[in-house]
Design a protein around this ligand. Structure first.
Ligand SMILES: [Zn+2]
Length: 159
């Protein structure tokens, strides 16, 4: 493959990534403001855990929904969908399955987009932190080496 072809493909991937990012934002923005803190926080919560987020966020959303729909069924408060046979998902289990996609349920696309975005942000933060740690480790190692070289009597007068 020619370099120009490779570059073209890389450009195409970047454009697609940016398109996906925008689509995810649009999906997440469908959620009403009442759920903003859960699905589109301004900042990634410091205790964010990608393995627990789905269950924790679903529990918070269900709790808020049950206040508004005490009768036991509610449409999804994020995407407004409901099962074909009913006006709403059974609370709490039906809505939980819809949000998390558990047991082969078709997962809520708003919830799924939020989960992906937060997890992507979390991964990016971790990569950046790791890179910063690696940078400072290399700098420390170089300082030690330079110090050793300066202390080497055979190099006296050169440093
Ligand atoms: Zn939904």
């Amino acid at each position: 493959m020619k370099i120009s072809e490779k570059q073209e493909l890389l450009d195409k991937i970047r454009r697609l990534e940016s398109d996906i990012y925008m689509l995810e934002n649009q999906l997440i923005s469908i959620a009403p403001d009442d759920f903003e803190e859960i699905v589109r926080p301004w900042k990634l919560p410091p205790d964010f855990n990608p393995y627990r987020w789905s269950d924790e966020a679903a529990a918070k959303i269900i709790k808020k929904t049950m206040v508004v729909y005490p009768e036991g069924r509610a449409p999804c408060p994020l995407c407004n969908r409901h099962p074909d046979q009913h006006e709403g998902y059974a609370l709490p289990v039906g809505l939980e399955r819809h949000l998390t996609g558990k047991l082969g349920y078709h997962q809520c696309y708003v919830f799924a987009a939020a989960q992906k975005r937060l997890t992507d942000d979390w991964n990016r933060d971790r990569r950046e932190k790791h890179a910063a740690t690696e940078d400072s480790r290399i700098k420390d190692e170089l300082k030690v080496r330079i110090k050793k070289l300066r202390a080497d009597p055979r190099l006296k007068g050169l440093t």
